[in-house]
Design a protein around this ligand. Structure first.
Ligand code: DAH
Length: 341
């Protein structure tokens, strides 16, 4: 009898149940009225009294062990996701809807700008966001201590006033001219940084696209025609264009480029400050000093350059009136560009 008790205890300890059916097997074998444990208690009736005293507690322990194990097996089954969820899994339910993502409006507009310029022979160039004073300022004809440097509130890298976050994509022009021989025809999209307080109209991080064309006999007429082509492609045939004389250290002559306001179509509104025109870019003929700073012979070559803000183009195209929307990642804003192109 003692041997039997030991065997049953071993069987209980070693039993494993991974399905409801195995759990039921355990119940029938060790817990039910017809179980081996019940049989032991029945046998106990026919055993002499003095042995009963010894065996009784042992049988009670077996009964307890069977009940404890049964509880543990139930808990184990409930913790197993496959079996518990298989009871609740309804394969006929329609799947949860998966929402398609959308490209960021700035990415959509950047891609469109690239596409327009690639079609007329421009390639795409890239340059560093962290750069030195030479590439961001000096090579571009910003004299030392010139107030124009202060106009672009620069973020300097601590302890080294020579290293900074680029304030414009014009730094890529410099690298391009230094490392390649004309003819050069390239656009340079990228992130730029200025130490500005964040508001609806200003941000410390924004995006520009720089354009550069250097070759023999490049003229201001080429600049005008190229920008004219871009504006018609981006905003439509009826868009008006004007060049306004301006100043940049790296171009001579320089011009700011305005287009007819896309919101009011020239009638006057808040965005165009009731002028009917909105500025989209700075531009000009590359200053001969910049060409020679970059190792290009200004007697032989001329070039034009321009720089425009991607946020501004996006604002005009999609009427986004608060710059902060671009960086907040609010899906209610982003979702609206799902079908945009
Ligand atoms: N770098 C100027 C800015 O950030 C924009 C610019 C103006 C770029 C004239 C040019 C240019 O290439 O020719 O305000």
């Amino acid at each position: 009898m003692i041997e039997k008790v030991k065997d049953i205890l071993n069987d209980i300890a070693g039993f494993k149940a991974s399905t409801q059916q195995e759990l039921e097997e355990f119940r029938l074998k060790f817990i039910s009225k017809k179980s081996v444990v019940s049989d032991l208690f029945n046998e106990l009736k026919n055993i002499p009294n003095e042995q009963k005293r010894e065996l009784g507690p042992k049988l009670n322990a077996v009964k307890q062990a069977a009940q404890d194990k049964f509880k543990a097996l139930i808990d184990g089954l409930n913790d197993t996701p496959s079996s518990s969820s298989s009871d609740q899994l309804d394969l006929t339910l329609p799947p949860a809807e998966s929402e398609p993502g959308s490209a960021h409006p700035l990415s959509i507009v950047r891609a469109k700008i690239i596409e327009i310029f690639e079609r007329i022979g421009f390639n795409v160039s890239d340059g560093p966001e962290i750069d030195d004073d030479f590439h961001n300022f000096t090579a571009l004809n910003f004299p030392e201590n010139h107030p124009a440097r202060e106009m672009q509130d620069t973020f300097f890298i601590e302890r080294n006033p020579d290293i900074l976050l680029r304030t414009h994509t014009s730094n890529v022009q410099v690298r391009l001219m230094k490392n390649n021989n004309p003819p050069l025809r390239s656009i340079m999209p990228g992130r730029v940084f200025r130490n500005e307080a964040i508001s609806a109209r200003a941000h410390c991080v924004f995006h520009q696209v720089e354009g550069l064309y250097v070759d023999e006999n490049v003229s201001f007429a080429d600049l005008k025609q190229t920008v004219y082509h871009f504006v018609k492609e981006m905003f439509g045939k009826d868009t008006q264009l004007r060049f306004r004389p301006s100043y940049f250290p790296f171009t001579e002559p320089s011009a700011e480029i305005d287009i007819s306001c896309q919101i009011c179509k020239g009638d006057g509104c808040q965005l165009c400050k009731y002028t009917g025109w909105v500025e989209i870019a700075g531009s000009g003929m590359v200053d001969p000093n910049v060409l020679s700073n970059c190792g290009i012979d200004p007697e032989k070559y001329t070039g034009f350059a321009f720089g425009m803000g991607i946020e501004r183009i996006t604002q005009l195209k999609y009427r986004v009136n608060d710059l902060r929307l671009y960086t907040e990642n609010d899906v209610r804003f982003l979702k609206q560009f799902r079908t945009a192109q």
